[in-house]
Design a protein around this ligand. Structure first.
Ligand SMILES: Cc1ncc(COP(=O)(O)O)c(C=O)c1O
Length: 347
């Protein structure tokens, strides 16, 4: 019997050994709770170095949904709207968390090619808004997801152009970086170039999908939102008493480029997989994977056989379209075995 190969999600991957070791290394004596410890103090310094921003401040949380919804609630007034792409996780997959924490703030999902918001789309929102009219939610935040939920990647120039349009109407700028390391690697840019240098004020820094144990974070580049974030995190139960174990992971993650090496592995595995699948008859690749996510049309019969006969673990999107996601744990041998099983099913 074939052993299953994991391509469902990077959420299904395990923890990176370096981050497990970081938890163990932080496990000595006692320390002040709720982020008052030396490890968390060091985390802010590390983030300041890595993001090249003297005021970067990190708020560890336990999930990407917590990072997004709490960051957005601190940026958006209750009468405001968060503008994002209509496929965004915050709009489609977070069960209204931003509206709940945002006191009723709404999310306005808009279309855009390549699963991205485009400047003309944002301008259309502005043109169709009744500004200063209490009957209408007021666009208050632009939230970009990078990589998008469909694996495409904004360039720093695209983020900067969108931030500039958003700033014309004083919208705050947030980036859902659940997989931001994959985007930085795909762009070959610095973390600063994709974020604050491109006008982003607060990011959700994903780490869990890339090897951390129940630790993502909000990184704020704007000290003015930090006080609100502090209260909002506490009220929602997101200030861990033993924060040092989250902070220790984030320090190890960001130090010496570990986060980018882990993401580089998953991007490289996806590139190898996509190159191998591109030559297979009857398979249509629906995107050119820039990060670690690939959508392909295989038809319902092949989809069933890939799951049942080839023991591949993946998500079906309906209509014979499937999604493959690689992670830092996906090896070249895994990819080659996927390709071998794939061609035996299709051929
Ligand atoms: C782009 C994006 N943002 C946010 C999240 C939310 O992360 P979590 O499931 O940890 O709440 C996900 C999860 O898959 C995601 O793909």
């Amino acid at each position: 019997m074939l052993s299953p190969i994991e391509l469902r999600s990077d959420n299904a991957a395990g923890a990176a050994p370096e981050l497990v070791a970081a938890i163990a290394n932080a496990n000595h004596s006692s320390a002040l709770a709720y982020g008052g410890d030396a490890v968390t103090a060091r985390l802010h310094e590390v983030a300041q170095e890595v993001f090249e921003h003297p005021e970067a401040h990190v708020f560890p949380v336990v999930s990407g949904t917590a990072a997004n919804s709490l960051a957005l609630s601190a940026l958006c007034p209750p009468w405001g709207s968060v503008v994002c792409h209509e496929t965004s996780h915050i709009y489609v997959n977070e069960c209204g968390a931003t509206s709940m924490f945002g006191g009723g703030a709404v999310i306005r999902g808009i279309p855009g090619d390549g699963y991205k918001v485009h400047p003309d789309g944002l301008r259309r929102v502005f043109a169709t808004t009744n500004w200063c009219d209490a009957h209408h939610s007021q666009p208050s935040v632009l939230s970009l997801t990078c990589p998008t939920d469909f694996g495409t990647v904004y360039t720093p120039a695209e983020v900067a152009a969108l931030s500039a349009v958003a700033a014309e109407r004083s919208l705050r700028r947030h980036l859902d970086g659940a997989r931001i390391a994959n985007a930085v690697v795909a762009n070959g840019c610095t973390p600063a170039e994709l974020t604050w240098r491109a006008g982003v004020e607060v990011i959700s820094l994903g780490a869990i999908k890339n090897g951390a144990v129940s630790t993502d974070a909000i990184v704020s580049f704007d000290p003015e939102v930090n006080e609100a974030l502090g209260y909002r995190l506490k009220r929602s139960g997101h200030v861990a008493s033993k924060m040092r174990f989250q902070s220790a992971q984030l320090i190890a993650y960001l130090t010496d480029g570990l986060w980018l090496r882990l993401a580089g592995r998953s991007n490289a595995a996806m590139a190898r997989l996509a190159a191998g699948l591109a030559g297979v008859d009857g398979v249509e690749l629906l995107n050119d994977p820039q990060a670690n996510m690939l959508f392909l049309h295989v038809g319902e019969d092949v989809e069933r056989r890939l799951a049942d006969d080839a023991a591949l673990l993946f998500y079906g999107m309906g209509g014979g379209v499937i999604r493959f996601v690689t992670s830092f744990q996906t090896t070249d041998d895994d990819v080659d075995e996927v390709l071998r099983r794939f061609t035996s099913v299709v051929g």
